[in-house]
Design a binder for this molecule. Structure first.
Ligand SMILES: Cc1cc2nc3c(=O)[nH]c(=O)nc-3n(C[C@H](O)[C@H](O)[C@H](O)COP(=O)(O)OP(=O)(O)OC[C@H]3O[C@@H](n4cnc5c(N)ncnc54)[C@H](O)[C@@H]3O)c2cc1C
Ligand code: FES
Length: 338
């Protein structure tokens, strides 16, 4: 166990051997800045003033040559080897509502949702505490570094954790999850993490925009909103974009919600028409952000947005909303699925 002092902050926190600075700070209720937890976004940059810190992934993409020259490190990839003093810009938005913890979880069932998207249901001791939209880190045997996956279910007292995971060709973690993990096997789930969670304190209607693997957190958010007493008169517009018709899914989860087809609507788009060789697809063809723009038009500014999916889809949607239509960024919450 190492003691970590944060410059300018009148407190310190403990970091267990093998834990990262981001995770240890959040476990102590300290708002260390972060987003992805997997070395890709760069939000967790910090400097070491005193002490020894080991990089668990020295080549993490978020570290630029400039960062390296200036001695910057990534908090999510840094494991202290001694007591340390560090410099980091604390971000109050990162204060955890539930302090993350690691727990063993057993795979109890799987279900194929599409040709490459599978629902995994794990069970742990104790409660599954998170806010809809958040994610957990999975430590998988033989896989270097944890993998982040968003919960698709609701928080519960029974220890149920459900995920919708897309198989990535050649991906080390998804190869393990799809090909090696068997019912009854246990993995470590660490969480909850993430800032793109359901906001209860707004009076706007909701738009969810999911691309590819981004379905899980938005199903969880739409479900929470559908049952929330204060949201009974709100619209929930759910947009889902896939490459071809075989990728389109998610409506079966939404159909179970009160108000589906009325105040809750599902809009799907495919982006690669060649993946519909027999011309069976009758919906729009294009990118999902174009569908959002076409359908909402002058109303774009009136919604609270939740967006999840691959970084290019996120970038295009954010550009359309914030840059082109000047939608207030405080009402846009997103997770980039690196
Ligand atoms: C916040 C968040 C939520 C996500 N939620 C979902 C979801 O709900 N469903 C879904 O299908 N996908 C989700 N993803 C994507 C998911 O985490 C994986 O990136 C994806 O499944 C591919 O994993 P892979 O191991 O198969 O691919 P790989 O290409 O083998 O691994 C890619 C991932 O592993 C990390 N990584 C690679 N090498 C190392 C290393 N040496 N040390 C440490 N880390 C390393 C990368 O940062 C990247 O996250 C999410 C990602 C993020 C950031
Ligand atoms: S939180 Fe560390 S790089 Fe994203």
């Amino acid at each position: 166990m190492h003691k970590i002092e944060v410059e300018g902050l009148n407190t310190s926190f403990d970091c267990q051997e093998g834990d990262t600075l981001v995770r240890a700070a959040l476990r102590a209720g300290i708002a260390f800045p972060y987003e992805c937890n997997v070395g890709q976004c760069g939000s967790c940059r910090f400097e070491v003033i005193e002490g020894d810190v080991e990089a668990s992934w020295a080549e993490a993409p978020a570290l630029t040559p400039r960062d390296l020259r200036k001695g910057k490190k990534l908090g999510c990839q840094s494991k202290p080897q001694s007591d340390c003093k560090i410099k980091v810009r604390i971000d109050q938005n990162c204060i955890p509502h539930f302090r993350p913890q690691a727990r063993a979880a057993e795979l109890v069932s799987v279900r194929d949702v599409t040709h490459d998207l599978r629902e995994f249901h794990f069970k742990s001791d104790g409660k599954a505490e998170f806010i809809p939209g958040q994610y957990a880190l999975m430590a998988l045997p033989g896989v270097e570094g944890p993998r982040a996956y968003s919960m698709s279910n609701q928080p519960n007292d029974e220890g149920d954790w459900c995920f919708l995971i897309k198989k990535v060709p050649g991906g080390v973690g998804t190869d393990y999850l799809f090909d090696d993990l068997k019912k009854g096997d246990k993995i470590t789930l660490d969480g909850p993490y993430g800032l793109a969670y359901f906001r209860e304190d707004t009076d706007r209607d909701i738009v969810c925009v999911a691309g590819g693997s981004g379905l899980a957190p938005l199903i969880s958010i739409a479900t929470a909103a559908a049952y929330h007493p204060a949201f009974q008169n709100r619209r929930i517009r759910f947009f889902f974009g896939g490459r071809g018709p075989a990728d389109i899914c998610g409506d079966d989860y939404l159909r179970l919600l009160p108000g589906f087809g009325d105040r809750i609507t599902f809009h799907s788009t495919i982006s690669v028409p060649e993946m519909d060789p027999n011309g069976m697809w009758v919906g729009p063809v294009g990118f999902i952000h174009e569908s959002v723009e076409n359908l909402l038009g002058d109303d774009l500014k009136n919604y609270e947005y939740y967006i999840a999916g691959p970084p290019p889809m996120l970038q295009a949607t954010l550009q359309m909303l914030a840059m082109k239509h000047k939608v207030n960024v405080e009402g846009i919450h997103f997770d980039r699925f690196f």
